[in-house]
Design a protein around this ligand. Structure first.
Ligand code: FES
Length: 56
């Protein structure tokens, strides 16, 4: 499950988001900064938000 891709453009996985949260990310913007997910087409914003809430 952790290797599920959340952002297709950057290949960011659930695990990458977990690491970002462990390192202090608390918002979707923090996740974008830490992983570059959501910085290409923004098509994954909803997915990023959902995953962030699951991980928090
Ligand atoms: S799918 Fe995440 S930036 Fe395109």
């Amino acid at each position: 499950m952790s290797d599920k891709i959340v952002c297709d453009c950057m290949g960011t996985t659930v695990e990458d988001i977990k690491v970002a949260v462990a390192n202090g990310a608390k918002t979707v913007e923090d996740i974008k900064e830490a992983t570059e997910a959501g910085t290409v087409c923004c098509g994954c914003d909803c997915e990023l938000e959902t995953t962030l809430h699951e991980v928090l």
